[in-house]
Write a protein that binds this ligand. Structure first.
Ligand SMILES: [Zn+2]
Ligand SMILES: [Zn+2]
Length: 225
């Protein structure tokens, strides 16, 4: 079997930057080698805007073979957060940080590890802290878990309430280009090129094709019986 090239071999510059960024900005997070991959382990400290510590979580960060196209995974291993759907945490301790479809609305595609921690990871844990403090009442807007989150996101982005428009977009978006003469996904009955063209091409550009496929499959199963 051919040996797969590891992400850190493929992107040596990024690999070095991650190590340096962690060292300089997150002293409680340590980079370590584990088997033939790297991971990050330690405490993530959540602070208020005046650098007062609000809480800390013992976490582990791992990198998938599709990193950086796929963001790192975070596991909360101090078990402060229950593994339930409403807390966006899986039974494996993995945190459901953000809807994959939505990630690149928060960070650029060439994100640094600092962007990832500050804009994706810390907001997740801040939300968890507030959840515990206010018994589930949150000042932060957040999405439902799994399918309900996918539907919410696409309803908002495509400006439609119709699940069929969402399915149609997810199907068309798997192709190279979305044809402008098709009926728009917002339900206006106009052609895309005369309606939400810019919005739709921006949306398509920000979502990885694998993610679009996954979302399509998970919605299709349930809504196309
Ligand atoms: Zn979730
Ligand atoms: Zn439209």
């Amino acid at each position: 079997m051919p040996q797969q090239i590891k992400w850190y071999e493929k992107y040596p510059k990024l690999f070095k930057e991650i190590q340096e960024d962690l060292k300089s900005s997150y002293k409680t997070l340590l980079f370590q080698k584990e088997n033939d991959n790297y991971s990050v382990i330690g405490f993530l400290i959540i602070e208020d805007p005046f650098q007062k510590e609000l809480g800390r979580y013992n976490i582990k960060m791992t990198f998938t073979e599709n990193f950086p196209r796929e963001m790192p995974k975070i596991f909360e291993i101090s078990n402060k957060i229950p593994c339930t759907q409403d807390r966006h945490k899986y039974l494996t301790n993995e945190c459901c940080l953000c809807l994959p479809d939505e990630v690149f609305f928060y960070i650029e595609k060439d994100y640094t590890i600092i962007d990832f921690i500050e804009k994706i990871v810390k907001p997740y844990f801040l939300w968890q802290l507030y959840f515990d403090l206010n018994s589930g009442v949150s000042i932060f807007k957040h999405r439902g878990h799994g399918e309900s989150g996918i539907i919410e996101f696409y309803k908002e982005k495509l400006k439609t309430d119709n699940i069929n428009d969402i399915l149609r977009f997810l199907k068309d978006a798997q192709k190279f280009e979305i044809k402008g003469y098709l009926k728009c996904y917002c339900g206006s009955d106009k052609k895309i090129k005369k309606c939400c063209r810019e919005n739709i091409s921006d949306l398509k550009n920000r979502i990885q094709i694998e993610t679009i496929k996954k979302s399509y499959e998970s919605l299709y199963k349930n809504f196309n019986k």
